[in-house]
Ligand binder design. Structure first.
Ligand SMILES: Nc1ncnc2c1ncn2[C@@H]1O[C@H](COP(=O)(O)OP(=O)(O)OP(=O)(O)O)[C@@H](O)[C@H]1O
Ligand SMILES: [Mg+2]
Length: 292
């Protein structure tokens, strides 16, 4: 379902007219949890910066919310260099910084994207915070009660923000590109962060172009000793989408990037919510496609 002739809004002036902004409210619609389970928390991390964490986590969270009908929250846990609000082109109305400052969560202020995805952004500028492991874990544990799935877009490397995301999550997706330096960083974080094994961390290999100088999937598996949950090709649609603040999974659902994200989402959700849920998901996906 390629939307080839889609018009992207292109200037800052268009921002006001961007349909995204019309979906943002300070009061989230009451979305019902689809399951009785406590929220499943997925952190998206990386050894190296700029490998695609925000690109992946924003689309992954939206796909889980929109196509799988699960009550989903995306948190910008990259408090020092936050990008979620610019990828979704939404204002930072209620942020992780506010929650840390106020030491409480005001659910009525959590923003909504496209009426289905709840989002807690981080401030783009202003006072920076030391995001400690304990505070993040407490915040996320509180939020688990109200969501089926929580996706954390983390910062790169193994600083305190990344550690906080890992500790607060049930599973980690480690994003890497198929290049040597990025793979070395995966090995580094794997060696340093013992918890990654407990959390069943898996790799997403992003920006694959099948160039001669890239490491192959088998070489990456062998070098890192880690399972791979998904591979995502280099896709120019992604660069355009992030530059324009249009979520790729939503506006380019037929793109290779979006399709790869759907596969990853399907794997995570079916493994977490089981076969019965898988059948439901299948019906929902069909309904989604045929209702468009
Ligand atoms: N599969 C892809 N194909 C082409 N471009 C991509 C792909 N994935 C990500 N990008 C581009 O790479 C750039 C960096 O992506 P992104 O911001 O998601 O990385 P990040 O890991 O979140 O970075 P940071 O470490 O700074 O948080 C963006 O411009 C994005 O559009
Ligand atoms: Mg990022």
């Amino acid at each position: 379902m390629e939307i080839e002739n889609l018009e992207f809004s292109s200037s800052n002036e268009d921002l006001k007219a961007n349909p995204e902004n019309q979906n943002i409210s300070e009061n989230s619609p009451i979305l019902k949890k689809a399951t009785n389970n406590k929220g499943y928390v997925i952190s998206v991390i990386s050894g190296k910066g700029g490998v695609g964490k925000t690109s992946i986590s924003t689309s992954l969270a939206w796909v889980i919310a929109k196509k799988f009908g699960l009550k989903t929250l995306l948190i910008d846990a990259n408090i020092t260099s936050s990008h979620v609000s610019s990828f979704l082109r939404i204002p930072t109305i209620y942020t992780l910084n506010d929650i840390l400052e106020e030491n409480t969560i005001d659910f009525s202020r959590i923003q909504t994207y496209d009426n289905v995805l709840h989002v807690i952004t981080s401030r783009i500028i202003g006072k920076s915070y030391y995001l400690d492991v304990e505070s993040m874990k407490n915040i996320v544990d509180r939020l688990r009660e109200s969501y089926d799935v929580i996706v954390l877009d983390s910062s790169p490397g193994i600083g305190n923000e990344t550690l906080a995301s890992i500790e607060a999550s049930d599973t980690c997706l480690i994003v890497t590109t198929p290049y040597f330096p990025s793979i070395v960083d995966v090995i580094r974080i794997k060696e340093v962060l013992e918890q990654l094994r407990e959390k069943r961390a898996r790799l997403i290999v992003n920006m694959i172009e099948k160039k001669i100088y890239e490491l192959s999937i088998n070489e990456i598996k062998y070098a890192t000793g880690m399972p791979i949950i998904g591979v995502i090709p280099f896709d120019e649609n992604m660069i355009e989408a992030s530059a324009r603040g249009n979520l790729i999974a939503r506006y380019r659902p037929g793109s290779r990037f979006a399709k790869s994200i759907e596969k990853i989402a399907y794997q995570i959700i079916s493994e977490r919510f089981g076969i019965d849920y898988e059948e439901n998901i299948f019906k929902r996906i069909l309904r989604f496609f045929y209702s468009r």
